[in-house]
Design a protein around this ligand. Structure first.
Ligand SMILES: [Zn+2]
Length: 250
């Protein structure tokens, strides 16, 4: 079911991007419907601990954001280690993306339909993770991250690899007519209904930023179609759990 370039470890509830692993970087997203978000009812700390242990990540080190559907990206250092690892209140407010230069600093985003995006500068050793829903995508969060890499760290597009995780895809993501105002492209029309191609929109941002197509791995997973393995906010509503996407250089 998964595209080439992704390995699924069902027994451990995660999938890994092979291209990142080749560069000594963990880029993983959860599967199998374990809720790793900030839900109080489900004892999420224990679930995170078990999940991350399999990836050889200390769950106390995790850096999490409050995720506000914006396009701001934080450069994370040792100082932020553990923010949001154990509770929502300590997660960093106001941001939807994280970049780091440091190894063994795990960065996470939580999603249920929105698209998690993984980025690695294989040469300069920089890792980034983004939470891109329609608002973040409309506000070009991905391009914002790539601009930071390019301008602040002199990253070169051809040395960057990217991964698109599980998200709601154009097969299922029906949107209202107002989306004609937000997206001039990336809308799919079927039988007078409008669907947004979130992954396609971000893929275009990558290509337009000069990232070679062969450097991009797309999981191809639609969270709504594959609701047996993934959470979908659209399909399940307020009670939907959250997948964790995590990146960490070694
Ligand atoms: Zn679908």
């Amino acid at each position: 079911m998964l595209l080439k370039g992704i390995s699924q470890y069902s027994q451990y509830n995660y999938c890994l991007f092979d291209s990142f692993r080749e560069h000594n970087c963990i880029a993983a997203f959860s599967c199998g419907r374990i809720d790793l978000g900030f839900s109080n009812e489900h004892n999420f700390q224990v679930k995170r601990k078990v999940y991350l242990k399999k990836l050889r990540i200390n769950f106390h080190d995790l850096i999490c954001l409050q995720q506000v559907h914006g396009n701001r990206i934080l450069l994370a250092t040792e100082k932020e280690k553990g923010r949001g690892a154990l509770e929502y209140n300590s997660a960093i407010p106001g941001y939807d993306g994280l970049i780091t230069r440091e190894s063994f600093l795990p960065l996470a985003v939580f999603t249920a339909d929105c698209l998690p995006i993984f980025i690695l500068d294989t040469k300069q050793r920089l890792a980034a993770i983004l939470h891109a829903g329609w608002r973040g995508t409309k506000n070009n969060i991905l391009q914002a991250a790539l601009q930071i890499l390019k301008h602040e760290f002199s990253s070169r597009a051809e040395e960057i690899i990217c991964g698109l995780g599980p998200g709601i895809r154009s097969c299922c993501y029906e949107v209202g007519a107002e989306f004609n105002n937000y997206f001039s492209k990336n809308l799919v029309r079927r039988k007078r209904r409008i669907f947004l191609d979130l992954a396609g929109a971000n893929l275009k941002q990558l290509i337009e930023s000069g990232i070679p197509e062969e450097n991009i791995s797309d999981s191809g997973i639609c969270t709504s179609c594959r609701n047996k393995d993934f959470f979908s906010y659209r399909r399940e509503g307020l009670g939907a759990g959250r997948m964790m996407s995590v990146i960490m250089m070694k």
